[in-house]
Design a protein around this ligand. Structure first.
Ligand SMILES: Cc1ncc(COP(=O)(O)O)c(C=O)c1O
Length: 400
């Protein structure tokens, strides 16, 4: 009898974590390494949020919280949904989890039966197919194209829907491509879903606030109110409030689904950290003036990186609307020889050779289900990004 569960053989390790560790190992050996593989803002959590956590500790808010979250946080989330998305969710329709990751995972645990299908557009966040698989479902991957700016097309969605489709996951702005759907693009997708009443939609709006220029963020239940009864709107404080380590995510949806997720969470982690929840109340209800600062910095960095990558031989980089990632194609580098003498056959070869030769850590696109590409996170300073892009240009220039 095998000691480890069979399910482990169906789960892949996270490529982003593997690359971050590879870069760390090289750094520890004394190499000068720039890591562009991390998925978190380089900013610190704003002080008023930290103060709220410290005040909560001093007030003795250190006990077990209710499974689905403390009432003030569920109220703050309900207000946020109304204020920012025009969505009416009562606090009883809201659940708080240990990061957006747990919320997504518990939604799948609470709803998937063997054979149930979840539609995911590639390139996708690495965890989606693995979570679906761990919960007994089947991820149905639709590949997008660089010509469509990595956005799911309504015809492709229509074709992928079967009687077994339970969920469609929509992540806008996207990790890893940064692509975000305009209201019209989203409406074209929700029009398809309206025609298939057995399909539920799970928008992952984690990067909602990180959109640039005059781009207007929208979410499916806002664009198509008739989908409200079969939508679970997932969000969190990790990215917009630079709170990745606090581990607070949340979702709003129909009460029967929220109850089922509460039931799962009650036998799992119970409520998320009480202190972090009080900090999240302040994040959502408190001043938002750090956001323009974050957005301005990210927008400048996006423009710098896209411009420098497009000046690089063999790379083609679309301009994404949001998040802090770009997803250039390295198709024209395939088949060429790296300075080490090795022929680049895949995007994984490209990122390995780039790391070995120039000490720049990125993540290969095939880990996100679509390549040959690489994901570059620009959540670091302009000076570091400029140096990294110079190195990428030098690396590409040396390919033969
Ligand atoms: C698209 C997407 N969804 C969800 C998450 C999970 O966020 P959290 O850190 O709140 O668990 C991430 C984190 O990288 C993400 O990129």
């Amino acid at each position: 009898m095998a000691f480890l569960a069979d399910v482990l053989s169906r789960v892949k390790p996270s490529a982003t974590i593997v690359m971050t560790q590879k870069a760390r190992d090289l750094k520890n050996k004394g190499r000068d390494v720039i890591s562009l593989s991390v998925g978190e803002p380089d900013f610190d959590t704003p002080d008023h949020i930290k103060d709220a956590a410290m005040a909560a500790i001093r007030r003795g808010e250190t006990k077990y919280p209710p499974v689905s979250g403390i009432v003030p946080l569920r109220e703050a989330i309900a207000k946020k949904f109304k204020r920012e998305n025009g969505l009416d969710y009562k606090p009883s329709q809201v659940i708080v989890g240990t990061g957006g990751k747990q919320v997504l995972y518990n939604a799948f645990l609470a709803t998937l039966n063997p054979g149930d299908e979840v539609i995911v557009a590639a390139p996708y966040w690495v965890s989606y197919p693995e979570m679906v698989g761990l919960c007994g479902g089947t991820a149905v991957v639709i590949e997008t194209t660089i010509e469509d700016n990595f956005k799911l097309q309504p015809e492709a969605l229509e074709k992928a829907i079967t009687p077994k489709t339970k969920w469609v996951l929509l992540n806008s702005p996207s990790n890893p491509s940064g692509a975000a759907y305009t209201r019209d693009e989203l409406k074209a997708l929700t029009d398809v879903l309206v025609r298939h009443p057995h399909v539920w939609v799970m928008p992952d709006d984690m990067y909602e606030h990180l959109v640039y220029g005059d781009f207007e963020f929208t979410t499916p239940a806002q664009v198509e109110p008739s989908l409200y009864e079969r939508t679970l709107t997932v969000n969190g404080v990790s990215k917009a409030y630079a709170m990745t380590g606090w581990r607070i995510g949340y979702a709003g949806g129909p009460e029967h689904l929220i109850k089922a997720m509460d039931f799962v969470q009650g036998q799992q982690t119970s409520g998320a950290c009480t202190i972090a929840q009080w900090a999240a109340v302040q994040a959502l209800d408190g001043p938002q003036d750090h956001l323009p600062r974050f957005k301005k910095a990210f927008e400048e960095r996006r423009d710098l990186v896209v411009s420098m990558l497009n000046q690089s031989k063999y790379l083609k980089c679309p301009m994404p609307e949001g998040a802090f990632y770009v997803y250039p194609s390295c198709a024209d580098a395939i088949g060429r020889k790296a300075p080490s003498g090795k022929t680049i056959e895949t995007d994984e070869d490209f990122v390995s050779e780039l790391l070995e030769t120039e000490g720049v850590a990125t993540v290969h696109g095939s880990a996100f289900g679509l390549g040959p590409n690489l994901r570059i996170s620009y959540a670091t300073s302009n000076a570091v990004l400029e140096e990294a892009c110079n190195r990428i240009q030098r690396f590409c220039g040396a390919l033969r």
